[in-house]
Design a protein around this ligand. Structure first.
Ligand SMILES: [Fe+2]
Length: 389
């Protein structure tokens, strides 16, 4: 969750009347909706609607999003090249699942159409990493602008619409978290504030900027995803009819270029790049940074045997010093149980280099990831042998 946020109007205490005249059905109030997480146990927000948010005209099946898992008969490294992926669909229907386990699903999306219907993920927080494109995410919390290299963190059950500015092919990496996405607790002091020395701070997180009061008594459809099941709800009025809200649950952005890298005289381990975490995985940002300054430092990462973790890197921008052959929009998957490390020649090549301009997003999972059919279509089968001369 983010920090306390508020926008628009709300009454001076929780659960008292927020008065308006005449109000829906002349009842004289705005209608409170309390959005809680973990039952009533964790962060919540309270929003005030023009009309009750529960008025449903129709509930119907809208199909399923069954993920096609590819058979993997061997344990090996993978290099998936998603750069040639053809644009298709809209910001929701165009999503192509690539790697999944019970905690997290990674997809790519290059939409060509406007989002056809409002969308709500009932079973996952979503992190939408904006590789390319700018625009807005609209929800009951208001209008949230986004730009390239933003992570957009969207809590469970946020009904939303994505709109991109025209002129450039938008491009998203989508990380769906079964549990809640949080700022790493070790970045917070006992008072709940981000510590001095954490690689980002409250000023780097941006919530919705303006409230969006859609006063429309007209049928509006929302496609709700819970797991693989899709359900279409037809609401009797537009759900973005909120005059104000406050609380800790709302979508927000964090730009990868606002990540302040922590560097050392010798190689620092991946947790210094950590940005978010959720049950079963972490997200790290490899941002442009100074390389290690010790005169004998080896400036590319050491070979590493990862036990009980699958490591995914998504390459966003720049030249990637420890890898040969990767390109923008490549993924590497270095799974549990086998070592990986810098490619031959990269240690020597890095000696005179003092900084790196690479930008990459890492997702490290505790449980093994499964690859989808679409992922295997992007796979370079020669990659496991790429450490030979
Ligand atoms: Fe590693």
């Amino acid at each position: 969750m983010a920090f306390y946020g508020k926008l628009g109007s709300f009454p001076r205490k929780r659960h008292i009347a927020h008065k308006t005249e005449p109000g829906y059905r002349n009842e004289g109030i705005y209608y409170e909706e309390v959005i809680t997480t973990a039952g009533f146990g964790r962060a919540y927000s309270i929003a005030y609607h023009l009309r009750p948010p529960t008025r449903v005209r129709k509930v119907e099946a809208a199909g399923s999003l069954a993920v096609e898992i590819a058979e993997q008969s061997v344990l090996r490294h993978h290099h998936l090249k998603s750069a040639p992926m053809k644009p298709a669909g809209d910001p929701i229907t165009g999503r192509v699942p690539l790697m999944v386990n019970t905690d997290v699903a990674l997809s790519r999306c290059r939409p060509v159409n406007l989002q056809a219907e409002l969308y709500r993920n009932a079973c996952a927080d979503e992190i939408l990493f904006v590789h390319k494109g700018s625009g807005t995410l609209s929800s009951l919390y208001g209008v949230l602008p986004f730009k390239p290299f933003d992570y957009i963190v969207v809590p469970h059950c946020t009904t939303y619409r994505l709109d991109f500015e025209p002129g450039i092919q938008s491009d998203l990496l989508i990380i769906e978290a079964t549990n809640h996405v949080v700022i790493p607790p070790r970045y917070l002091n006992p008072d709940g504030q981000m510590r001095l020395g954490a690689p980002f701070a409250e000023r780097d997180l941006h919530g919705p900027r303006e409230i969006l009061v859609q006063d429309r008594e007209q049928d509006t459809t929302v496609v709700i995803k819970d797991g693989t099941r899709l359900t279409r709800y037809t609401l009797a009025s537009h759900p973005f009819d909120v005059v104000g809200w406050d609380g800790f649950v709302y979508p927000y952005t964090f730009n990868a270029d606002d990540f302040e890298p922590i560097t050392g005289t010798i190689h620092q381990p991946p947790p210094i790049h950590q940005t978010f975490e959720a049950t079963g995985f972490v997200v790290c940002t490899f941002a442009p940074r100074l390389l290690d300054t010790h005169p004998e430092a080896i400036k590319v990462p050491y070979a590493h045997s990862n036990v009980q973790a699958d490591e995914v890197l998504y390459y966003v921008r720049g030249k990637f010093g420890s890898r040969r052959g990767v390109e923008e929009a490549s993924f590497t998957l270095h799974p549990h149980g086998i070592p990986h490390g810098p490619h031959p020649g990269t240690i020597v090549a890095s000696r005179p280099v003092t900084r790196t301009d690479e930008l990459a997003v890492m997702v490290d999972t505790m449980r093994p990831l499964q690859l989808t059919r679409q992922a295997m279509e992007m796979d370079d089968p020669a990659y496991p042998y790429s450490w030979l001369e």
